[in-house]
Design a protein around this ligand. Structure first.
Ligand code: CP3
Length: 343
């Protein structure tokens, strides 16, 4: 079994495996070239040949221990019939869903696979082309994070529009969460049946919710997705990333069905080592800002992270996605550093 799969399944590993969130991205010149050839960002996501190519780029350049399918969490909204665009320099722009009629219009789960077919093709191609010891991570956005884009029509600091909607229109909000939960179960099952080895669920905006809301609208739907899928595919490990939920990470660590908890850079590492690592394999925490800094500063931070987490096996990763201004030579330095660690 590959180093990464051993680690996420809780088996002993000789060193932490490493991969990075957004490892295929604009900091790489080869990504920028392929992206130009593809046309728009969505064209790239739906072109299985080019999506395969960009997924492989960071594997070939750095030798990461896992690959992540190149796609986007918002594709499933596009597949449900929401108009999704990515505006250069601004990010996603969607047609907001605001009332029962809008929800009704996007409730046809039957048709998502037709639109998402190229994503499944990418997974199949990758399984053929990836080295045998590099597993493939499939993924989806958590229902709450998807709902924030759906309700507001774009990303928003603090997700206040979606948060007000959930308080003021709780019936419609629950319908949206249930719809997204069911669609995600279908989508991920297809990724697994196409060949994905591990699944990661991104709840990037979970930290905008208060503690009660996190349990109800972040944790519960994710738990439903994972437990439903595990009835059919019990051996597929799940990585869950409830970003910025602070001490509520503890509630996530109590869930049997989650295999790995991805931790952000805001949590105190000593607290993670004390409260979370004894219960769950963790992944992440290196602040991506250090990838833009000098070798010395980066190196100091790597020593801190690896020292604080060394008591238990963990997956080396960032606390959030790599930024376009990350230095390529820094990424190389981190991979070489981690490959020299011993657990
Ligand atoms: O390498 C990988 O990690 C795999 C591919 C991947 C992308 N997005 C490609 C992408 C994955 C796993 C995602 C997840 C994603 N997408 C999340 C969850 C993780 C997180 O970052 O919190 C979210 C919230 C999105 C939605 C999204 N996609 C936004 C807000 C943006 C615009 C912001 C930005 O960075 O430009 C995107 C675009 C996007 N998704 C890019 C990439 C490589 C950049 C687009 C480009 O090439 O122009």
């Amino acid at each position: 079994m590959s180093l990464f799969l051993k680690c996420v399944k809780g088996l002993h590993v000789e060193r932490p495996p490493i991969w990075f969130m957004r490892q295929a991205g604009r900091y790489l010149s080869e990504y920028r070239n392929t992206r130009k050839r593809a046309g728009s960002f969505l064209d790239l996501c739906y072109n299985s040949e080019l999506a395969t190519e960009v997924t492989l780029q960071p594997i070939n350049r750095f030798g990461f221990d896992a690959a992540i399918l190149f796609a986007d969490i918002l594709l499933i909204l596009d597949a449900l019939g929401v108009k999704v665009q990515f505006i250069e320099g601004k990010g996603p722009l969607l047609e907001p869903v605001k009332n029962k009629a809008d929800i009704e219009r996007i409730s046809n789960l039957g048709k998502i696979h037709e639109k998402l077919f190229p994503v499944y093709e990418t997974v199949k191609k990758l399984k053929k082309e990836l080295p045998k010891d590099v597993p493939l991570i499939g993924f989806a956005g958590a229902p709450w994070t998807l709902a924030t884009y759906l309700i507001n029509g774009k990303g928003e600091q603090g997700s206040l529009t979606a948060k007000k909607f959930l308080i003021e229109n709780s019936e419609e909000f629950e319908e949206i969460i249930n719809l997204l939960t069911d669609a995600t179960i279908e989508y991920l099952i297809m990724q697994i049946e196409s060949g994905a080895d591990v699944i990661k669920i991104f709840d990037s905006w979970a930290g905008a919710l208060n503690a009660d809301m996190v349990l109800r609208y972040s944790l519960n739907p994710i738990k439903k997705i994972v437990s439903e899928i595990k009835k059919k595919h019990p051996d597929i490990p799940f990585i869950v990333f409830p970003r910025s939920v602070n001490t509520i990470y503890r509630n996530f660590s109590n869930e049997e069905c989650f295999d790995v908890l991805a931790v952000d850079q805001y949590l105190d590492r000593k607290w993670i080592a004390d409260k979370i690592q004894p219960k769950k394999i963790i992944q992440g925490n290196l602040d991506p800002i250090f990838l833009t800094q000098s070798e010395e500063l980066l190196f100091q931070e790597l020593e801190r992270v690896s020292d604080d987490f060394k008591t238990y096996p963990y997956v080396f990763n960032l606390g959030h996605g790599i930024t376009p201004d990350a230095k390529v030579e820094n990424v190389e330095l981190v991979v070489n550093y981690v490959k020299g660690l011993k657990l």
